[in-house]
Write a protein that binds this ligand. Structure first.
Ligand SMILES: Nc1ncnc2c1ncn2[C@@H]1O[C@H](COP(=O)(O)OP(=O)(O)O)[C@@H](O)[C@H]1O
Ligand SMILES: [Mg+2]
Length: 277
């Protein structure tokens, strides 16, 4: 199968000499949901910023659709239409007075006419459930609403790939559920999603593919369904087994459910469905 985004022995040394990435290699399949899973400082943000060319490698390469990134002006414009990044902190991304202005910025820069921009903005705001707040000043929004406006701003560019840096961080439980269903809806539309997280439980229940990052390196990439086969790499990356996998193991040990060789359930409902009753 063809690969959409690849980090090939990617290294990045920051101006102060800090090592952001250190020979990181991983690949993202088109249409897949990917979690970059790693503890603080493992290189997640640095990697995401390479994927849309905000940062350039000091070693190795990033490839998109099989081609090395073109860092010339037209190459960057083309890339940023196709690969959108949502920052961890919305205040670093939002800069216009109103929600509509902010979400319009990207499409206006594409040179689209006013009607086309209006349509894109309306669609993007509807996708994130923010249509009602279109005229609100950005600085009056809650953190979760700002986050959604940031996502709308990227969606208005109609990207093939959506990159999100720690999208769940700082959201309350209800907003996390909402954001997860938004991500599910976008994935169902065929958008490839790559997000960073330090939450193994979230990565396990949400992702198709998990890429384990530690010290600027990708220790392992695997299907989330196969996670328990990678306990060693998880431990090396400082990650516990997901609670659902631990619970499954404990119940199986006590004979309360069959260890039938399948991978452990990834949701509570799936686990309950397997209980011996
Ligand atoms: N702007 C920067 N200048 C210097 N070092 C940085 C900068 N950003 C990140 N780093 C360093 O690069 C490494 C990876 O950081 P980062 O990509 O932010 O990790 P993560 O997002 O997984 O927490 C860390 O050691 C961090 O201190
Ligand atoms: Mg980070």
């Amino acid at each position: 199968m063809s690969l959409l985004l690849e980090a090939c022995a990617l290294s990045h040394v920051y101006a102060d000499g800090s090592i952001g990435l250190d020979g990181c290699s991983l690949a993202v399949r088109p249409g897949s949901r990917n979690a970059l899973l790693g503890s603080n400082g493992s290189g997640k943000t640095t990697l995401l910023q390479h994927f849309n060319a905000l940062l350039r490698p000091t070693g190795g390469a990033v490839r998109f659709s099989g081609q090395p990134l073109d860092y010339g002006r037209s190459g960057l414009n083309a890339l940023r239409r196709q690969v959108g990044l949502v920052f961890q902190n919305p205040d670093r991304q939002l800069f216009s007075a109103s929600v509509t202005e902010d979400v319009s910025f990207g499409p206006l820069n594409l040179g689209l006419d006013e009607a086309a921009v209006r349509t894109r903005v309306a669609e993007a705001l509807a996708a994130v459930g923010m249509s009602e707040l279109a005229d609100k000043p950005v600085h009056h929004l809650s953190f979760g609403q700002k986050k959604r406006v940031c996502i709308a701003g990227v969606l208005a560019m109609q990207p093939d790939v959506l990159l999100l840096d720690e999208p769940m961080a700082g959201l309350d439980a209800a907003m996390q559920v909402e954001l997860q269903s938004l991500l599910d809806a976008l994935a169902a539309r065929g958008i490839t999603i790559v997000l960073s997280t330090h939450d193994v439980d979230f990565a396990y229940r949400w992702a198709d593919d998990i890429h384990l990052l530690a010290a600027g390196c990708c220790l392992a990439s695997f299907a989330a369904a196969d996670l328990t086969q990678h306990a060693g790499a998880l431990a090396a990356a400082g990650q516990p087994l997901p609670a659902m996998a631990q619970l499954h193991r404990a119940l199986a040990t006590r004979g309360l459910l069959d260890e039938d060789g399948d991978s452990p359930p990834r949701s509570l409902d799936a686990l309950l469905a397997r209980l011996n009753t």
